[in-house]
Design a binder for this molecule. Structure first.
Ligand SMILES: Nc1ncnc2c1ncn2[C@@H]1O[C@H](COP(=O)(O)OP(=O)(O)O)[C@@H](O)[C@H]1O
Ligand SMILES: [Mg+2]
Length: 259
């Protein structure tokens, strides 16, 4: 399998969200959300976006406090931290606003992955301190901030009106469609998939990108053994059955069945 980054529909969607955040005039809300279940390609997409545009990327952690979050952001910005939380907020806001309008620095974009952690442990009407700090950073810097998280992220964030008010765009990463399975097979493994095989994989994986890549890796091994890059529908059936069986074994169900 090649390490190629494939231009999926979700990647195009992410680019649109970022464009929209950048197109907002100063003072307009510039928060964006990208969400979806694990394995849809969110982290790879935003990581690639950051690498290509110079945007700042950080990944949230359960142990984050507002100040440790700001310190992580400052480190990613290449700025030393100060001795106080307020000082760190000011410095991070200044550093982000200096990047506004600098294309090689992502035009000031800040990406926070695993953003579900920002709202953990607090229930409305109390606003979570981490979310308040993201809002403060957004307001003080004028910089676009993109939060990336799991399925319930938009719903979770919409419970906090002061935060939700500033969200300009919220987009879900959707499951792969058949055509995308075909282009992933070609780009990642040089395989030629017919519609039937692609549909088989799409159904077995429910369009999950990580699972699709796993299926394609097995299919590639089979194709090499058979000496053909044109996939026979029988091979994809074999691979989907094999993956399903190994999952049963991994969950222990298979072992019980043997007894
Ligand atoms: N656009 C892409 N092109 C190629 N591989 C990708 C792409 N997006 C994701 N992947 C791969 O799919 C797997 C799951 O992606 P990841 O970004 O971790 O998903 P998520 O963050 O939604 O859980 C990873 O192995 C990743 O390298
Ligand atoms: Mg991820």
């Amino acid at each position: 399998m090649r390490a190629t980054f494939v231009q999926t529909r979700n990647v195009a969607r992410l680019w649109e969200v970022v464009e929209s955040l950048h197109s907002a005039s100063l003072g307009e809300p510039r928060l964006g959300l990208i969400y979806g279940p694990a394995g849809r390609g969110k982290t790879r997409a935003v990581d690639t976006l950051a690498a290509r545009t110079g945007a700042v990327y950080v990944s949230a952690a359960r142990v984050w406090t507002p100040n440790s979050m700001l310190k992580t952001i400052l480190a990613a910005l290449g700025c030393p931290a100060t001795n106080t939380g307020a000082g760190n907020l000011l410095r991070a806001a200044e550093a982000l606003s200096e990047r506004l309008g600098v294309p090689s620095l992502g035009n000031g974009l800040l990406i926070i992955d695993e953003a579900d952690y920002l709202a953990k442990g607090t229930h409305p009407p109390r606003t979570p301190p981490l979310l308040d700090t993201v809002r403060d950073l957004h307001d003080a810097s004028g910089a676009p901030i993109l939060l990336v998280g799991m399925n319930g992220l938009a719903k979770l964030m919409s419970q906090f009106p002061q935060f939700w008010d500033r969200v300009r765009m919220s987009e879900e990463f959707s499951p792969l469609v058949r055509k995308e399975v075909i282009s992933l097979a070609a780009e990642l493994a040089g395989l030629i998939l017919d519609d039937q095989s692609a549909e088989q994989i799409r159904r077995a994986t429910k369009g999950n990108l990580r699972q699709t890549i796993l299926h394609l890796a097995r299919l590639e091994a089979l194709a090499i053994a058979e000496g053909s890059s044109r996939i026979h529908p029988e091979w994809s059936r074999q691979v989907t059955t094999e993956v399903a069986r190994s999952r049963l074994r991994a969950s222990g169900t298979g072992l019980r069945r043997v007894k």
